[in-house]
Design a protein around this ligand. Structure first.
Ligand code: FAD
Ligand code: EPU
Length: 347
């Protein structure tokens, strides 16, 4: 059923008050095809528009959304194969990401434990190439099925087809708005390959008194760290890191280090350095800043928050002020990680 002027406040973790011109859910590709035939879209709007919504945990709505918002509710988690080393798990795009991680952990299937408690759904996981605590989605990805919105056909994408990068994929670049991800297949390990390189995990495992490593223990350590740092969207609206950690060359890093000896940077395989954007933002004095209900989180400067009734445009304006001040102080340009969704009326 297609609903009109549908409120989206409970469908975005920033908790922004906005509406969808039209809104519908689908749980099968046939249902999606029916919805795409929706006649009013082409008569009411010059350019038929659709927006795919997952868990709404990486979007900032800055206006009421024009056209049809399609909420992906395709469910199902199943084992679709195995070989000597790997187990292949296929999940519907509408499954909750953390529930999939828990399913794997409960079944002693390894590889996802470091990605515990990331909000959102399976469908966005390859779109964003989600990552945390030393692991990225691409490390466990096998293939996905996606529906081409205009050619109306299902296409398979392999690991190389997806062009994964840091919080990037082909679905955010060349193929932006062209496909709806339907199902994702993950290649997971029968025998765990523990990854506790990310400093805080080891400390947390020690604090938990863990003597024998397990995927369960790593998952719990990651959950504990995340809960201590990141605001719970059910309590304070947010979409996780608002910006990406910027990459600069070593020459620029060495020069910056002279003026700012405390600057945090991680060497990358390509010879560049990744800076901690949270540190840069904190140094500019934004950490804990609040104007009206829009703010910069007091424990993690990379996370912008809505304390209640902030407008999307206010969060966006704060993010632009932060970008300008980081650029002025460090000559480093921050890029937004969160997808900014423009609408037809500011909200
Ligand atoms: P949505 O926000 O609904 O959508 C995001 C984008 O993907 C939109 O452009 C949407 O159109 C598109 N999209 C969604 N589903 C589909 C589909 N089926 N087909 C095609 N396009 C689609 N991210 C990390 O990588 N690491 C973290 O550690 C992390 N921590 C977070 C912590 C908090 C507290 C929060 C709120 C967010 C965090 N995030 C993190 C960001 C977010 O959880 C991820 O980006 C997540 O993958 C978004 O999923 P979603 O289903 O909510 O996507
Ligand atoms: N830092 C500060 N001040 C701050 C915040 C961080 O100085 O206010 C410093 C920390 O002390 C640390 C460094 O910055 O030395 C890195 O901080 P942290 O470990 O918290 O990670 P992050 O770089 O802020 C990234 C991801 C997160 C992911 C964590 C763990 C990005 C944009 N963010 O955050 O992903 O969960 O690492 O791997 O890459 C997301 O994408 O939404 C997200 C939350």
């Amino acid at each position: 059923m297609i609903k009109e002027n549908f409120p989206l406040k409970n469908y975005n973790t920033f908790g922004i008050e906005a509406t969808a011109q039209y809104f519908a859910e689908f749980n099968a590709v046939e249902k999606l095809e029916e919805l795409l035939e929706f006649k009013q879209l082409s008569t009411v709007i010059n350019q038929p528009k659709t927006f795919i919504l997952g868990g709404g945990s990486n979007i900032l709505l800055t206006g009421n959304v024009e056209g049809l918002v399609l909420k992906n509710e395709i469910k199902g988690i199943e084992k679709v194969g195995e070989d000597g080393d790997y187990i292949f798990i296929k999940a519907g795009a509408g499954e909750n990401w953390h529930q999939l991680v828990l399913y794997c952990i409960d079944n002693n299937i390894a590889g996802m434990e470091n990605l515990s408690l990331i909000p959102g759904n399976v469908g966005a996981s390859p779109m964003q190439n989600i990552g945390a605590y030393g692991v990225e989605l691409k490390d466990v990805f096998y293939e996905l099925e996606a529906f081409h919105l205009t050619e109306k056909k299902v296409v398979k994408f392999s690991l190389t087809d997806c062009h994964f990068g840091y919080r990037e994929s082909v679905f955010k670049s060349q193929l932006k708005d062209k496909f709806i991800i339907l199902r994702v297949t993950y290649r997971l390990h029968k025998t765990p390959h523990f990854n506790i390189r990310y400093g805080a995990i080891e400390q947390e495992l020690q604090a938990m008194g863990i003597k024998q490593l397990s995927i369960q223990a790593i998952s719990q350590a990651v959950i504990n760290i995340r809960r201590s740092k990141l605001p719970d969207p059910a309590v304070i609206g947010n979409a996780g890191s608002f910006f990406k950690n910027p990459e600069i060359d070593t020459h620029q890093f060495d020069l910056l280090k002279i003026s700012f000896p405390g600057m945090i940077g991680y060497a990358l395989e390509n010879g560049n350095v990744k800076l901690a954007a949270g540190w840069l933002i904190e140094q500019c004095g934004w950490k804990g800043y609040r104007k009206g209900d829009a703010g910069c989180h007091a424990k993690q400067a990379l996370v912008l928050v809505n304390y209640g009734n902030a407008k999307g445009s206010e969060i966006l304006s704060l993010s632009n002020d932060i970008i300008a001040s980081v650029q002025q102080k460090f000559n480093v340009l921050l890029q937004k990680e969160v997808n900014i969704i423009k609408g037809f009326e500011a909200c």
